[in-house]
Design a protein around this ligand. Structure first.
Ligand code: 1GP
Length: 248
């Protein structure tokens, strides 16, 4: 059987790029999961990411279980911390915040997580997570206590991407932050695509299918959207994003 990561790479090969839908299992989304997840199933999206850096109640695991129960695509944990690990995922982005210099998010949470990942039998997808300045301070910047990379220095992005590659990571995540004003610019995407050998996710502040398509044409392997669907409750957007990202 293919791993989730192999499945994602196959999608990228067949469709040019993949579409990942981020669902934040916080209380603000309590009422919409039973409609949102079936809408994702119908939309041609390729996987669901579940996670976030901050929660306002204690029902993360309950909601993650419900998402997994309803989902017909792989459900991947996109963890803000080790305490989000649980059995209701097909894989976990085993991430290190390589853009920052906070040792807890570079290796601390990973050491806490590794035995739990093994015990749960989750597939770890080794991911170098790079946070960029999305215009205004984002929750992840505050919670990770790290300084984001500037958007106007592609060479810095490339150096971080290469470091992740040479450290043996399998995937990069170029993040402007959830709800970012500015998404990752084309210049950064083309530089990372042409100068590193790793597939990469681009997310944060992508609010239209046209903008998602622009990122794919610049070289993004996977696009993630979160807030735009949660904020508008317009689930028809999911299929529009999927079509734009897959180029159909
Ligand atoms: C957050 O990149 C994702 O990690 C999604 O961002 O909520 O802005 O779509 P948005």
């Amino acid at each position: 059987m293919n791993t989730v990561f192999e499945h994602l790479l196959d999608i990228r090969k067949e469709k040019g790029a993949g579409y990942l839908v981020l669902i934040d299992p916080d209380r603000k989304n309590d009422g919409i999961l039973d409609d949102l997840v079936p809408a994702v199933n119908e939309s041609n999206a390729d996987a669901i990411l579940v996670g976030g850096s901050f929660f306002m109640d204690g029902k993360f695991h309950e909601r993650a279980a419900r998402i997994k129960e309803l989902a017909k695509v792989p459900v991947i944990l996109f963890p803000g911390a080790a305490n989000q690990l649980g059995p209701h995922f097909d894989a976990v982005l085993f991430m290190s915040v390589i853009s920052g210099r906070n040792s807890n998010y570079l290796i601390g949470e990973q050491v806490i997580s590794a035995p739990i990942v093994k015990d749960l039998g989750l597939e770890p997808i080794s991911t170098g997570y790079m946070l960029f300045e999305g215009g205004g301070s984002t929750t992840v910047e505050f919670m990770s206590n790290t300084r984001p990379l500037p958007m106007n220095r592609p060479e810095l992005a490339v150096a971080h991407g290469l470091a992740a590659e040479y450290l043996g990571m399998n995937l990069l995540y170029l993040e402007a932050g959830s709800g970012a004003k500015e998404s990752i610019p084309t210049g950064i995407i083309t530089a990372v695509a042409s100068e590193t050998g790793l597939p990469f996710i681009v997310g944060g502040g992508i609010r239209t299918p046209e903008l998602a398509r622009e990122k794919v044409e610049a070289g993004a392997s996977f696009i993630v959207t979160g807030t735009v669907v949660e904020n508008t409750n317009d689930f028809s957007l999911l299929a529009k994003f999927a079509a734009a990202i897959h180029g159909v």
